[in-house]
Ligand binder design. Structure first.
Ligand SMILES: Nc1ncnc2c1ncn2[C@@H]1O[C@H](COP(=O)(O)OP(=O)(O)O)[C@@H](O)[C@H]1O
Ligand SMILES: [Mg+2]
Length: 247
């Protein structure tokens, strides 16, 4: 689906990525976790083909849709006209009909004539996600899709994202700095170091879904341990059961 290896990228003197290798296979939900400013957006932009790496390879099969950080809705378009943008660009017939059929599932029924400023943060985020899910694609790259939301809305939306993903079985790669979100959603979590981003480790999460809060504890602990590896806490022991060291 999407495979990259040895990606390096610098902006002038700022090194953002140092040798990043990862893969997203068909139908997988993969998370990338890393501290803020480490190079996550840079990585997604390279995977989406919007930015050129200095070194390394990216192989993509099929169509890739990238959802940037922030909802990026067009303020002058009503909700329905916003969510059909991807369909229109792809030249899909009856874009509005296709979008209307999904409004209910995305919690937007009755709000199709509202402008983005008339929607709550959670609804704007769902509209941006509906737009991304409607655009024809084989893989979706989501950049911190819930970052701007309060904790309660985040929890609602991640459950909802899981349902939509399970119904559609699209390949999804999402960037987040929320450890529990990654442990709740992903099949596999790539943990990045501080800038320049390197893959510190890969945590495979059990395929059980939906996951109960106590099932998130183990993977969350492993992800945190990898995130902290550069600043080891006294007495800390690295969990190793499902952690694959980065190649
Ligand atoms: N277009 C750019 N020009 C210069 N520096 C950039 C550019 N894009 C990103 N950077 C720098 O690269 C680093 C990683 O940024 P980014 O990928 O946005 O991190 P993250 O998404 O993990 O917060 C930051 O130091 C940022 O300032
Ligand atoms: Mg970012």
């Amino acid at each position: 689906m999407i495979v990259c290896s040895g990606l390096c990228k610098s902006f002038g003197a700022t090194a953002a990525l140092a040798d990043v290798t990862l893969e997203l296979r068909a139908g997988e939900l993969v998370a990338v976790v890393g501290p803020s400013g480490c190079g996550k957006t840079t990585l997604l932009r390279i995977l989406a083909g919007l930015l050129e790496a200095d070194a390394g390879e990216v192989a993509r099969s099929g169509r890739v849709v990238y959802m940037p950080q922030g909802d990026s809705l067009l303020p002058w378009r009503r909700t329905l006209a916003n969510v059909t943008v991807g369909l229109e660009l792809a030249g899909v017939a009856d874009a509005r009909g296709r979008a209307r059929a999904e409004l209910e599932r995305f919690g937007l029924a009755g709000f199709e004539r509202r402008f983005p400023r008339e929607l709550s943060g959670g609804m704007r985020q769902r509209a941006a996600l509906l737009r991304s899910f409607l655009a024809p694609s084989d893989a979706l790259l989501l950049d911190e899709p819930f970052a701007a939301l309060d904790a309660l809305t985040r929890e609602e939306l991640r459950e909802w994202l899981l349902e939509v993903w399970q119904a559609q079985r699209r390949s999804v790669l999402m960037v987040t700095h929320d450890v529990e979100e990654a442990a709740f959603l992903a099949d596999r979590v790539y943990v990045l170091s501080a800038r320049p981003a390197r893959v510190r480790g890969i945590v495979d999460v059990s395929p059980v879904r939906p996951r109960e809060p106590e099932q998130l504890l183990g993977p969350s602990r492993e992800i945190r341990a990898l995130l902290r590896e550069e600043h080891p806490v006294k007495g800390h022991r690295r969990a190793s059961r499902t952690v694959t060291p980065a190649p």
